[in-house]
Design a protein around this ligand. Structure first.
Ligand SMILES: Cc1ncc(COP(=O)(O)O)c(C=O)c1O
Length: 368
């Protein structure tokens, strides 16, 4: 299967190891095993005597029960476990999309949501989010694109890179548009839980009978190193996914399953920690935006990233290359997410470094 280069991941491979200040990252400062055990008061002694076999093929009952608590009305039968949200998204697409199917993808987003359907031979239509709409999808445009013959709408809420959270009323209207076409909605909800006002947004899986939610412990739980994600979907979709899954997953590691269960069972404590880090970073970012006349941005209301526009005449790729070369500050060019003229800035990590890096960026902008 030929597939386009994954521009964001390739950018990371090329520039991350050289960065002195990594503002391209989307995680909230990752947890160590010690920190996780301390926050959760978990005693992992039973882990040491466990046989390192394949474990529960579709994920342990403990893990699935914990995931159910992240949703309003899901049961373990509606869930299967994957290698990260990246594995979850891919499994859904390989299970549901066939050559010639029409897919509507709302971008900018994680590139899987348009490049995998394209590689399968689907007809992919893209709806571009716009800054003047606060990065919320234009429903008229969406309705026209979806029409009556779309198989699946792919979206991401809260959104990477813009940090926009779709209001519930709009989400319900998107579902009405999907219904006219009897389309599935695959909503990548990997940042759901990191809404800045603490109001966790509805999952499409809870409010639409053809809604599919993918999630993981990478962002909300700061455990990207576990490589553990999930799919929540109608039972018949889970059956299709599990059929596909035999070919590339078997099971996830039992250590990953265990630590993810511990984290999700303690979701309130970890989300509190992460929201406090995010809000601290967001304050620094907002203060900086207020003083930086070359940049503009819709202040994010969820997730860990902001999509910042700039007014100097240089492509985002060249800007990021030159900035990193001159200062060691790594940003992500909007071009890698199909929108030039923007930069993705992550603000969920070390705030001292964030502050220093933004000041270096401003000094650098003055010299251009
Ligand atoms: C929107 C989105 N989906 C999926 C992923 C992949 O997440 P995971 O680490 O759980 O595989 C990312 C990672 O940045 C993401 O931003």
């Amino acid at each position: 299967m030929k597939i386009d280069k994954f521009k964001v991941e390739e950018w990371f491979n090329m520039y991350e190891h050289k960065a002195l200040y990594d503002l391209a990252d989307t995680c909230v400062e990752s947890l160590s095993i010690n920190e996780l055990l301390e926050i959760t008061n978990e005693n992992p002694s039973e882990l040491y005597s466990r046989k390192l076999n394949y474990g529960d093929i579709h994920g342990s009952k403990r893990l699935k029960d914990a995931i159910c608590t992240l949703y309003e009305n899901q049961t373990p039968d509606n869930i299967t476990i994957a290698h990260g949200a990246i594995g979850a998204n891919q499994l859904v697409m390989l299970s549901l999309i066939e050559q010639g199917d029409k897919v509507v993808s709302i971008i900018p987003t994680y590139q899987q949501h348009y490049s995998i359907p394209k590689s399968i031979g689907a007809e992919v239509k893209t709806l571009f989010l716009k800054e003047e709409n606060n990065w919320i999808p234009d429903l008229n445009e969406l309705e026209m694109l979806v029409g009556t013959n779309t198989k699946i709408i792919c979206m991401n809420n809260p959104n990477n890179p813009t940090g926009a959270v779709i209001p519930e009323k709009i989400l319900k209207q998107i579902i009405q548009i999907a219904k006219k076409s009897d389309a599935y909605i695959l909503c990548d909800e990997v940042y759901r839980g990191l809404e800045h006002n603490g109001q966790i947004s509805k999952s499409v899986a809870d409010i639409y009978e053809k809604g599919i939610s993918t999630g993981s412990v990478s962002k909300v739980f700061s455990l990207a190193g576990l490589r553990l994600g999930w799919i929540v979907a109608p039972v018949e979709v889970i059956e299709e996914v599990n059929h596909q899954r035999e070919y590339n997953t078997i099971s996830v590691g039992i250590l990953d399953d265990y630590f993810a269960s511990v984290a999700i069972e303690n979701k309130n404590k970890i989300i509190k920690r992460n929201l406090s880090k995010i809000l601290e970073g967001k304050k620094i970012l907002t203060d900086w935006l207020n003083s930086e006349s070359h940049c503009h941005c819709v202040i994010p209301s969820g997730g860990t990233t902001a999509f910042v526009g700039y007014d100097i005449k240089i492509s985002s790729v060249d800007l990021c290359k030159k900035l990193q070369n001159d200062t060691g500050v790594m940003l992500l060019p909007g071009e890698t997410m199909e929108l030039d003229g923007y930069l993705r800035i992550g603000y969920g990590n070390n705030v001292v470094k964030l502050n220093q890096a933004l000041n270096l960026f401003s000094d650098w902008l003055k010299l251009q």
